[in-house]
Design a binder for this molecule. Structure first.
Ligand code: UDP
Length: 382
């Protein structure tokens, strides 16, 4: 009867669901308004330097999910990669995440782990259930380290005081009382050798999957498909009828250099008098490659306008109220599953996106076979 199964958005969500359905024999069409697959994970080799550039900012794959780790490695060759981030504060370079080296350098001490724990305990505030980013930071590291490494960065990144932001954002970052400077605590971490775009293209490489780039889908046409998997913005599906969900967008100021400009992939700049948040030197994301020249991005965050690329969902009280209204609209909609970062308006890492897409595809197939209602969301947005 209808045209088969449509995935709107060729990022990880759309690609993983399409592949799962195609493997089960269902014909899928994947559309994306951009000229490439992989969404904001897109990577492209720079013609002049040969460097693999993370076009929409740095993406480092890390996970504790064995199935997801096996999944991505089935579709691409991964090289080991450890994200080791530095931070320039008040004219000195420190190591992130905040670890014993950072703290000993900052306090000009040579404390051992237990000594540093005891020292930090004298600085932190006793806040039983920290709710805001600021409270979490004060309970976690105390006011000095908070002011040096988190406050300014977070104000620039989110455009608001950390007192207004949820503690969950800070909980992404560990605090270490040893010299481990691996930014992520997950057991699996790596980089796809040929970039994320090739990885997503490989997931989509199936005789039952048709990919159409530079193609927009009008939600009014939902009924002409057997089912639509929407990984575009949730509010966009409804034509922004109730208003726009707030996002932060990023501007990248590209510059080029010869040799090694900053000596590492990511240098954060938390100080408030520096207007950007970080500088990324893309060739360091592929340490197994050698390039004479270098491509770098200065990264600036700002409020996302209608024509900008949405990056980080803001999810403050006001946005959550609007989100609840859109979720109510979605509940009255048939034939659609809303997925991924934009479809569920959540700050998602790549591995979580893939996990949810796998689960959604399985739930969809089970419902398809039993005649049950398919899932409305890959994960509840609220
Ligand atoms: N953050 C910070 N200082 C830093 C790095 C991060 O205060 O040097 C805060 C900031 O609010 C940021 C959050 O921690 O949004 C999460 O950081 P992460 O590195 O996970 O951000 P992403 O790479 O996803 O932008």
């Amino acid at each position: 009867m209808a045209n088969g199964y449509l995935m709107v958005g060729a990022g990880f969500s759309g690609a993983v669901v399409a592949r799962h359905l195609a493997d089960a024999g269902l014909p899928c069409t994947v559309v994306d308004s951009r000229s490439h697959v992989a969404g904001n994970c897109h990577t492209a080799r720079d013609a002049d330097t040969g460097v693999m550039v993370h076009t929409y900012g740095p993406h480092i794959f890390h996970t504790a999910d064995d199935e997801v780790w096996d999944y991505v490695r089935r579709h691409a060759t991964f090289h080991p990669y450890k994200n080791r981030v530095k931070s320039t504060h008040a004219g000195q370079v420190y190591t992130l995440p905040v670890n014993l080296h950072t703290m000993n350098q900052f306090f000009r001490t040579a404390l051992r782990p237990e000594e540093m724990r005891a020292h930090v305990a004298t600085l932190t505030a006793d806040i039983p259930e920290p709710r805001s980013f600021e409270d979490q930071a004060l309970a976690f590291v105390g006011p000095e380290l908070y002011a040096a490494f988190f406050k300014g960065y977070t104000e620039k990144q989110w455009g608001t005081s950390p007192a207004n932001l949820p503690a969950s954002i800070l909980k992404r970052l560990p605090l270490r009382f040893n010299y481990d400077d691996n930014y992520f605590a997950h057991p699996h971490q790596g980089m796809p050798r040929d970039g994320y775009t090739e990885l997503v293209a490989n997931i989509l490489d199936h005789p039952l999957i048709t990919v159409k780039l530079e193609t927009t889908f009008d939600p009014a046409d939902t009924g002409s498909w057997d089912h639509v998997f929407w990984s575009g913005p949730l509010d966009g599906f409804f034509g922004y009828a109730l208003g726009r969900l707030g996002y932060r967008t990023l501007d990248f100021e590209e510059f080029r250099a010869v040799g090694d400009w900053q000596g590492c992939a990511v240098m954060n700049h938390p100080d408030p008098d520096v207007t950007f948040t970080r500088i990324t030197e893309h060739k360091h994301f592929a340490p197994w490659e050698t390039h004479e020249k270098s491509v770098l991005y200065r990264e600036y965050a700002r409020a996302c306008g209608p024509e900008d690329t949405p990056y980080y969902p803001i999810r403050l009280v006001e946005e959550k109220a609007l989100l609840a209204d859109y979720v109510a609209r979605a509940r009255q909609t048939e034939g659609v599953t809303f997925m991924g970062r934009l479809g569920t308006y959540r700050y998602l890492d790549m591995d979580v996106t893939i996990r949810e897409a796998l689960d959604t595809a399985r739930a969809f197939l089970a419902a398809h076979q039993s005649g049950d209602t398919p899932p409305l969301f890959s994960q509840a947005p609220l």
